[in-house]
Ligand binder design. Structure first.
Ligand SMILES: Cc1cc2nc3c(=O)[nH]c(=O)nc-3n(C[C@H](O)[C@H](O)[C@H](O)COP(=O)(O)OP(=O)(O)OC[C@H]3O[C@@H](n4cnc5c(N)ncnc54)[C@H](O)[C@@H]3O)c2cc1C
Length: 579
């Protein structure tokens, strides 16, 4: 058995996506914020990030899964090696990668942060959970906090010497944040006193950093009901006094969850008892302030799905090349050994799984990095029209990336487990951990059902031609001379037809979009993958000629499933009776 703690960062494919598929270096030249960056530097950053993930995080993944976290008297102990790995991460300056130079960051594009996040999630998803919202918290405070709060908190977050949490969920308020009850009472000194219970808070307590910056959603006394009455507050775990000393704030961790996966991540029940906090942004506009971090947070969760798919592919491929059973009908010369058995990678059903793993993983990387790059363009493109166009594209892409990647990440991990036979069910071979760890990404950061509603109801059908930014991008690719352009063009027409039909029929059937949303998102996702592979085959240099074989596999064997999603969208017209 090959070293099961091994993680091989997919640096060559990352470089292909950034340099050939996206041609990102040309865009960096146009963006004043990134004009100094070139392809070689980007490669070096990815290589260093890969070394960190492979060297420091992957070796801790399996042991942390067995050890888990412990809670005692409000204190959380994380798995052995986790805190030390984080201190090495901070020492190397990784938290500051995509933060503004003005606040001590390195000012690198979010695209490189996306590559970093894919590799962190692939090598150790549980560890990734503690810093999952670090960059989002930075972006939120950067955009909405007062100058005093920024000066007090941002440098700590950028350096990474403090971590942050996102405290939204309450026992009765999950997908529906309008139901949340945590109260915020104004205090005479301009601060607020927060009281209430939050659950499922990732990293709500940990033993890595001295302070934790909680971003908490709560209601002011005059708040209107529902989501219009929610405000955002910064509530630190520890408060600095006028004399420079530190005291504990009234924030308590009452316990941690026992979970199916990501066992090294502390998922905390938090109690705020008149805890001191400060308002971020405008009263009752807390959700709007949080939206600043929504697109990048969803992209990052999608990248967890990609990371799991990459890990599953790598584990399955290594195993399938080593494990020998029976003679295969088609096998590369010399693959078999003297015992008359061939590597299982030669058997047609196993080959098929490996091909699925490859084309989904590489195709999702192209789409995910595209989304990261589009977010960079939305923030830094030189002209306003390109910035707003990119913003519109990112708004459509992020729910697709979040849902499609996390669903495929889980399903592909299950397919990969099959390659291992009985050994796949055993912890030592790691794939069962990948399967368990990957499942949560379909649930948090807005469940995949909520993402699908966001795409179809809030974005596509709410505007006159809501899918247009995405369809335009797909059609522009399909119009170029290439092997698969015509097929892609056909699927763009299908998408347009189905979207128009849904818009029309939803006028008489208000529930239709909710019934069709998940399959609609999958249909968009499959066509987006066709776009990814069409372009990959067109732009691949000779060194990447194998991309053309992968594209053929995708168009022949995978894209056919899009017809299934199309039929399910159409079938949504038949009412599904309440149970
Ligand atoms: C390991 C872990 C880590 C987490 N980390 C954090 C964190 O750091 N911070 C934080 O605030 N929260 C966190 N969460 C909470 C997570 O975001 C919620 O679990 C999630 O938003 C879903 O809420 P819920 O569990 O209450 O499910 P519910 O909202 O009760 O949903 C149950 C089911 O009903 C479906 N559903 C609900 N409403 C609709 C609708 N209108 N249309 C269609 N389907 C619907 C959902 O899709 C889901 O399938 C975490 C959860 C876990 C398990």
């Amino acid at each position: 058995m090959s070293d099961a703690s091994h993680y091989a960062p997919p640096l060559t494919d990352m470089a292909f996506v950034m340099e050939q598929w996206l041609d990102a270096p040309a865009d960096w030249q146009r963006m004043p914020a990134h004009a100094a960056l070139d392809a070689d530097t980007a490669r070096m950053v990815c290589e260093a990030a890969g070394d960190f993930c492979a060297g420091q995080l992957a070796p801790l993944n399996a042991s942390a899964d067995l050890q888990g976290c412990t809670w005692r008297d409000g204190q959380v102990r994380t798995p052995d090696g986790f805190a030390a790995a984080y201190h090495a991460y901070v020492q190397a300056g990784w938290p500051a990668l995509a933060c503004d130079v003005g606040v001590g960051g390195q000012g690198l594009p979010g695209l490189l942060d996306a590559a970093l996040n894919e590799m962190i999630a692939a090598s150790n998803h549980a560890w990734a959970m503690y810093l999952g919202i670090l960059h989002g918290a930075y972006a939120c405070l950067h955009a909405h906090a007062s100058e005093t709060l920024k000066a007090q908190y941002l440098p700590h977050l950028v350096r990474g010497d403090w971590l942050a949490t996102m405290c939204l969920t309450e026992p009765q308020a999950g997908s529906d944040l309008g139901l949340l009850r945590t109260q915020a009472r104004p205090d005479a000194d301009g601060s607020y006193r927060l009281s209430g219970n939050k659950i499922f808070i990732s990293g709500g307590e940990q033993d890595w950093t001295e302070n934790i910056v909680h971003l908490v959603l709560a209601r002011l006394p005059d708040a209107p009901p529902g989501t219009r009455g929610i405000s955002l507050f910064l509530v630190p775990k520890r408060l600095q006094q006028a004399d420079g000393g530190w005291v504990a704030n009234a924030v308590h961790c009452d316990g941690i969850e026992k979970k199916m996966g990501i066992k090294g991540s502390a998922t905390c029940a938090m109690r705020f008892e008149e805890a001191q906090g400060w308002l971020i942004g405008q009263p009752h506009r807390g959700l709007a302030a949080m939206f600043v971090m929504m697109n990048s947070a969803r992209l990052h969760v999608g990248l967890q799905g990609l990371g799991h798919a990459q890990m599953a592919y790598q584990l399955a491929l290594d195993y399938a090349r080593e494990r020998r059973q029976m003679r295969a009908i088609v096998c590369p010369a010399g693959a078999g050994a003297g015992d008359g058995a061939d590597p299982i990678a030669c058997h047609a059903p196993v080959r098929r799984i490996l091909w699925d793993l490859r084309v989904w993983t590489e195709g999702m990387r192209a789409l995910g990095y595209w989304c990261g790059h589009v977010l960079d363009l939305a923030a830094h493109a030189p002209d306003e029209a390109e910035r707003s166009g990119s913003q519109a594209l990112a708004a459509l892409l992020t729910p697709v990336v979040k849902s499609l990647f996390t669903e495929r990440g889980f399903e592909l991990a299950s397919d990969a487990l099959q390659v291992f036979g009985g050994y796949g069910y055993v912890h030592e071979y790691r794939i069962e951990q990948t399967l368990r760890d990957s499942r949560i990404a379909m649930i948090y950061e807005g469940t995949n059902q909520i993402q699908a509603l966001d795409l179809l109801q809030r974005k596509v059908l709410a505007a006159l031609d809501g899918l247009a930014p995405l369809l335009q991008a797909f059609r522009a690719e399909a119009a170029l001379p290439s092997a698969h352009g015509e097929v892609l063009r056909g699927w763009c027409d299908v998408l347009q037809t189905e979207t128009q039909a849904l818009a029309m029929d939803a006028r008489d059937d208000a529930e239709l979009p909710a019934r069709a949303a998940e399959d609609y998102l999958r249909l968009v996702g499959w066509v987006a993958m066709a776009f990814a592979w069409c372009r990959a085959a067109r732009v691949a240099s000779d060194a990447f000629a194998h991309k053309r074989d992968s594209a053929c596999y995708f168009f022949d064997h995978v894209l056919v499933q899009a017809e299934h999603w199309r039929r399910r969208v159409q079938a949504a017209r038949h009412l599904v009776a309440p149970i």
